[in-house]
Write a protein that binds this ligand. Structure first.
Ligand code: ZN
Length: 357
């Protein structure tokens, strides 16, 4: 059995805060309503995606990963002892506010929850005009103040709320207090983890009439107070060629993500080095691999295993391409070759995560 570009069937999740936008934006044929999350590429036990077509159709990503671990991971496998497929890609539709929450880092999560921590990024696809989200705490917030505000139900005064528009990107290191608010459709790229500590639920009641469970002690422990968030850099890390426009959105030890807009032609050569994931956001194109043509279109999510040969993509389309970088140097070298200065590169969302890695 030989691997090929794998397209996945997502796992849809109904949520009390979900909506209808995943269906309408991507033209997806989904039964059920109030879909809050689509797990597009996932090997997490809470929602495992299956291959859509080809010789591996209907196979679970978890099974494919155990059978083809080194073919999928490539050289990455030698460096990191991944027992599971390490990334989780989702689409989220918040028609109502989500609870205010925080994720632990690797060491806390492995010790307390038996799974990796969660570093994540959000790429905003669609947002209503007044849409905003919670991104970190206000600078004066201490652990003591936060604890008291949680007990009194007044945490809102310490939340840093920012306006959002389509195309915005938010890098969310572990320890960052965050929440999606209503009217936002986005892509989430994250470590494969489902550990979330809820700190505040806007004083709402859950479906049973009682407030939802909070995880205050753990949240207080893992929250970074007065952390500096590097999300909005002044530099746009854009690479322009005749064939495509690429933009580096974020890079950290767990993933790097580029937005690629193809005007004509684009090549990916995994060369045994690493796998890539693609999420098509706009347009339609043709992916050509070993003389076989695959149509890829808005709403498709693909995994390109590391042991694939050269892949060509043609058409007019935009996608997010993610991969796990070797190290910080790889990202710096790539951007320096494109003319970005060391000073500018320091602003790339996520790049400072290597300091605490
Ligand atoms: Zn989160």
């Amino acid at each position: 059995m030989e691997l090929y570009p794998l397209k996945f069937k997502p796992v849809y999740k109904e949520k009390i805060w979900g909506g209808e936008k995943i269906k309408s934006y991507f033209n997806k044929n989904i039964s059920g309503s109030s879909i809050g999350e689509s797990w597009e590429i996932s090997a997490h036990p809470h929602g495992i995606s299956t291959v859509l077509d080809g010789p591996l159709a209907e196979k679970k990503l978890t099974d494919i990963f155990s059978n083809f671990k080194s073919e999928i991971l490539g050289k990455l496998a030698e460096k990191n002892n991944y027992q599971k497929f390490p990334l989780l890609l989702k689409i989220l539709d918040a028609s109502k506010k989500l609870s205010v929450q925080v994720h632990p880092d690797n060491s806390f999560a492995l010790q307390n929850e038996g799974e990796p921590g969660k570093t994540e990024m959000w790429y905003i696809l669609d947002a209503e005009p007044e849409a905003q989200l919670v991104y970190g705490l206000k600078p004066e917030t201490s652990r003591k103040k936060m604890k008291q505000a949680i007990q009194e139900g007044t945490l809102e005064k310490y939340l840093n709320r920012v306006p959002v528009k389509p195309g915005d990107c938010f890098f969310i290191p572990p320890g960052t207090i965050h929440a999606l608010e209503e009217g936002i459709l986005l892509v989430e790229i994250q470590q494969s983890s489902d550990t979330t500590y809820r700190v505040y639920d806007w004083n709402r009641k859950g479906q049973n009439g009682k407030p939802r469970e909070l995880h205050i002690e753990k949240a207080l422990q893992v929250t970074s107070y007065s952390a500096e968030l590097n999300t909005k850099s002044n530099t746009e890390f854009i690479i322009n060629t005749a064939d495509y426009t690429g933009e580096f959105l974020a890079a950290c030890p767990y993933f790097a993500t580029e937005k690629i807009q193809i005007h004509n032609n684009y090549h990916i050569h995994p060369a045994g080095e690493r796998f890539y994931t693609l999420m098509v956001l706009e347009g339609t194109g043709t992916l050509i691999y070993k003389n076989k043509k695959y149509t890829i279109t808005k709403g498709d999510s693909l995994l390109l295993p590391a042991f694939l040969d050269r892949i060509q993509i043609t058409g007019e389309l935009t996608f997010l391409k993610s991969f796990i970088p070797d190290d910080k140097i790889q990202i710096i070298n790539t951007l320096q070759k494109e003319g970005f200065t060391e000073q500018q590169i320091k602003e790339l969302p996520g790049i400072r995560s290597w300091e605490s890695f």
